[in-house]
Design a protein around this ligand. Structure first.
Ligand code: FE2
Ligand code: FE2
Length: 331
């Protein structure tokens, strides 16, 4: 008896094999993947802004070169991810529109301001550190193009985490004022970093379906715990205090107990009312408008040299879901 497409899909997922763009998939799976990959891509691109603000003010040429490379990596992450989303039949121009009109979200963490150069170090240490905890399991996502993009992204995130930590180690060996900057930045970024794992499991209704589809491997609370346990010894080695009076080792559990972030603040920031939401979107919108001539020129060039088309025009008949040619190749 031949298996139905649904059965084949379930079997591939259950055996930890990959779903590829031309495979049949349930519409709800496709929609969930588009949303997840698009939100991730938007986060990478918006995430360039808080640290990008310090490139011109970095204290040395070396720090400027490192920061420039890091911010550029984030742009690359966004581009791999928009490409992965396009394999599901959406258009990246459309996704950008959804970002700048507020129809799609990005990680709440990037709506907080960067007040000193220590923030660059703390973002590398805590924000990229939390991103690694979230993203390493995604290298085994059931959706092939996303899983493969995550392998390279994770390697680069681990460079980001180390560059941040190295900057903080240097500052902690500096003046009293520098140590205070590091502590202040840690105090401001700690709780928003814990929010990066999403709401507590009890308030995360989609987790079970995402786990069944193998697009999520661990729950929000599991990942948050892993991040806290990883970070506590790093904070001790650095000589900074984590701003949580409830934080202590629990020998029975073999893990740290810790307090909960302010989930009302999380909801406000996700809902658009964080300290920098309007500014982040305004910058992204301006970049999109200022780059219009580049996209037009690329399309005009592609029309003359179709073999080298860099991308297809939004809403053109040839954009969207990859088509299978009679020879079996992708159109
Ligand atoms: Fe990234
Ligand atoms: Fe990063």
């Amino acid at each position: 008896m031949t298996a139905t497409v649904e059965e084949q899909f379930e079997e591939v997922v259950a055996h930890d094999r990959r779903i590829e763009p031309r495979d049949w998939m349930p519409e709800a799976y496709r929609k969930t993947m588009v949303r997840q990959i698009a939100q991730h891509a938007h986060s990478e691109i918006i995430g360039m802004q808080p640290e990008g603000a310090w490139i011109a003010r970095a204290p040395s040429l070396r720090r400027k070169a490192i920061l420039l490379a890091k911010v550029q990596d984030e742009a690359g992450h966004g581009l791999y991810l928009y490409s992965a989303a396009e394999t599901l039949g959406v258009d990246r121009g459309d996704l950008t529109n959804r970002l700048i009109t507020g129809a799609q979200k990005y990680s709440s963490i990037f709506n907080y301001p960067t007040l000193s150069f220590a923030d660059v170090g703390v973002i590398g240490w805590l924000v990229d550190g939390a991103a690694i905890c979230n993203q390493v399991p995604l290298c085994r996502s059931s959706y092939g193009p996303y899983a493969r993009a995550m392998v390279r992204i994770c390697k680069e995130e681990s460079f980001h985490q180390r560059q941040g930590y190295e900057l903080l180690l240097t500052m902690m060996r500096g003046s009293e004022g520098q140590r205070e900057m590091v502590q202040d930045a840690t105090n401001r970024w700690w709780w928003p970093s814990l929010m990066m794992f999403g709401p507590p499991d009890a308030d995360s209704p989609n987790t079970a379906q995402s786990m069944r589809w193998r697009i999520k491997r661990h729950t929000n609370d599991e990942l948050r715990q892993r991040f806290v346990d990883m970070t506590v010894p790093q904070a001790a080695a650095l000589g900074v205090a984590l701003p949580d009076p409830a934080l202590r080792w629990n020998a029975e559990r073999g893990a740290n107990d810790f307090g909960q972030p302010d989930w009302d603040e999380f909801k406000r920031v996700v809902g658009g009312d964080g300290p920098c939401n309007a500014q982040r979107i305004a910058h992204r919108r301006a970049a999109q408008e200022n780059g219009a001539w580049v996209r037009e020129a690329a399309l005009a060039h592609a029309a003359k040299h179709p073999r080298f088309a860099p991308f297809s025009a939004p809403n053109q008949p040839d954009s969207g879901r990859p088509k299978v040619q009679s020879g079996g190749g992708l159109a």
